[in-house]
Write a protein that binds this ligand. Structure first.
Ligand code: PLP
Length: 370
C-alpha cells in the first residue's frame, strides 16, 4: 500500500501550489549568471527594504537564541495604534497566507463550504480543501469577483466567503461601495474574509474602510501583509483584524511561535517607515504605466490591475502563453504562468524597477515573434 493513501482523499487530491521559479533554479537550468536574471514572478517589492527596517533586523539578530514573543505584543501594539483596533482583534501570521489558513482551520471542516471567485488567489481553494470543506467557485465577471453571484451562491453549509481585493492574479478590484453592500448582504453566520494583500498599492480613494466596518460586522476578517509594499516577503509576516472572539479562535489554532523574532522586529519598523511605502507606491505606479504602454505597443491586451503586477494576454495566432513563458526564461526573465488559475492565454508580470520592466519588455518583443 502506498502510505500516502493513509491521508484523507480530500488532502490527497490537493493540487500543489506552484510558486514562482527561483532565480537560482533558472541559473542552474540554463547556465545563466544569477545577476543577469530578472524575476518578476512573485509580486515581490523590487526596492528591497528601507534603512530603518534593515537596522531593526540587524538588532534583532543578536536575540535569535531566544524564542520570539508568541503574542507579538510590540507589533500588535503598533498595529493597534495605526488602525485604532484593540490588541485582542489582531491575529499575526507567518505571512498572510498563514492567517488565511488559520481562518480555514478555525471555521471550515467536512460538511462545510466556502464561496470564492473563479480566478481568485490559489490559497483559498487549497485551504478550503485541506480542511475537507467544499469549494463553491463562482464564475468571474470581467475577470473580477461577481459579488452579486457570490452572495447568491452562499448555501446553508457555507461558513466562509473569500474575497481578494485586489485579486491576484487578475488585479481586479471591487469598489468600496459594492464591497460594503456585499458585506451587509452576507448573513452574520457566514464569515467574510477580505484579503487586502495589495491594499497599500491602491490610490487612497479606492481603499475601502474595511477596518471601520469591523465594528458593525462581527463576521468580517480583514487580512493584510508585510510581504508586498513593506518588502518583507522573505521574512513572512501578515495579520488579520477581526472581532475579538473571531481573533480568539484563530489564535487558538495557530502555532505558539508562528512569527519569528526577526520578522516581528522588521515588521514593526517597516510599519512606521512611511517613506519607504510611499516610494514603493510611486515606483509601482510608474512601472505599471511603463509595462502597460510597452505591452500595448506590442499589440497585447492586459487586465487593468490595482496590484503590483499585471496579467497580460500573450497567446494569439497559434502561440501559447506557456511557450512565451519558456522563451522569456531562455532570455533570463522569469514571469508567472497563470494557466492554473483558468487563464491559459495570460502571463502575470510583477512590476519591477524601471530597468527590470525594460528588460522584460525587451525580452518579450522577440519572444512573441520567434
Ligand atoms: C491575494 C493574496 N493574498 C495573500 C497573499 C499571501 O502573501 P503572504 O503570505 O506573503 O502575506 C498573496 C501573495 O501573493 C496574495 O496575492
Amino acid at each position: 500500500m502506498d502510505p500516502c493513501e493513509l491521508s484523507p482523499s480530500y488532502v490527497r487530491s490537493i493540487a500543489p501550489y506552484q510558486p514562482g521559479k527561483p532565480i537560482s533554479e533558472l541559473a542552474r537550468e540554463m547556465g545563466l549568471d544569477e545577476a543577469s536574471i530578472v524575476k518578476l514572478a512573485s509580486n515581490e517589492n523590487p526596492l528591497g527594504i528601507g534603512p530603518r527596517t534593515r537596522a531593526a533586523i540587524d538588532a534583532a539578530l543578536s536575540e535569535v537564541n531566544r524564542y520570539p514573543d508568541g503574542n507579538g505584543y510590540e507589533l500588535k501594539l503598533a498595529l493597534s495604534k495605526r488602525y485604532g483596533v484593540d490588541l485582542s482583534s489582531i491575529v499575526l501570521g507567518n505571512g498572510s497566507n498563514d492567517v488565511l489558513e488559520l481562518a480555514a482551520l478555525a471555521f471550515l471542516g467536512p460538511g462545510r463550504a466556502a464561496v470564492m471567485s473563479e480566478h481568485a488567489f490559489a490559497v483559498y481553494p487549497l485551504a478550503t480543501q485541506a480542511r475537507g470543506a467544499r469549494s463553491i467557485v463562482v464564475p468571474a465577471k470581467s475577470y473580477g469577483h461577481d459579488l452579486e453571484a457570490m452572495a447568491k451562491a452562499i448555501d446553508e453549509e457555507t461558513y466562509v466567503v473569500w474575497v481578494a481585493n485586489p485579486n491576484n492574479p487578475t488585479g481586479t478590484l471591487a469598489g468600496p461601495q459594492a464591497l460594503e453592500a456585499f458585506v451587509r448582504r452576507v448573513p452574520e453566520r457566514v464569515l467574510v474574509v477580505i484579503d487586502e494583500a495589495y491594499n497599500e498599492y491602491l490610490a487612497p480613494e479606492l481603499r475601502a474602510e474595511t477596518v471601520k466596518w469591523l465594528k458593525r460586522h462581527p463576521n468580517l476578517i480583514v487580512t493584510r501583509t508585510f510581504s508586498k509594499a513593506y518588502g518583507l516577503a522573505g521574512l513572512r509576516v501578515g495579520y488579520a483584524l477581526a472581532h475579538a472572539s473571531v481573533a480568539d479562535v484563530m489564535n487558538r489554532v495557530r502555532q505558539p511561535f508562528n512569527v519569528n523574532s526577526v520578522a516581528l522586529a522588521a515588521a514593526q519598523a517597516a510599519l512606521n517607515d512611511m517613506e519607504f511605502v510611499a516610494r514603493s507606491f510611486a515606483n509601482n505606479l510608474q512601472g505599471m504605466r511603463q509595462i502597460e504602454e510597452g505591452v500595448r505597443a506590442l499589440g497585447l491586451e492586459f487586465i487593468p490591475s490595482h496590484g503590483n503586477f499585471i496579467t497580460v494576454r500573450v497567446a494569439a495566432g497559434g502561440r501559447s502563453a506557456a511557450e512565451i513563458y519558456k522563451r522569456l526564461l531562455r532570455r533570463g526573465v522569469i514571469v508567472r504562468p497563470v494557466g492554473g488559475y483558468g487563464l491559459p492565454e495570460h502571463l502575470r508580470v510583477t512590476v519591477g524597477t524601471a530597468q527590470e520592466n525594460e528588460r522584460f519588455l525587451q525580452a518579450l518583443a522577440p519572444s512573441l515573434k520567434e
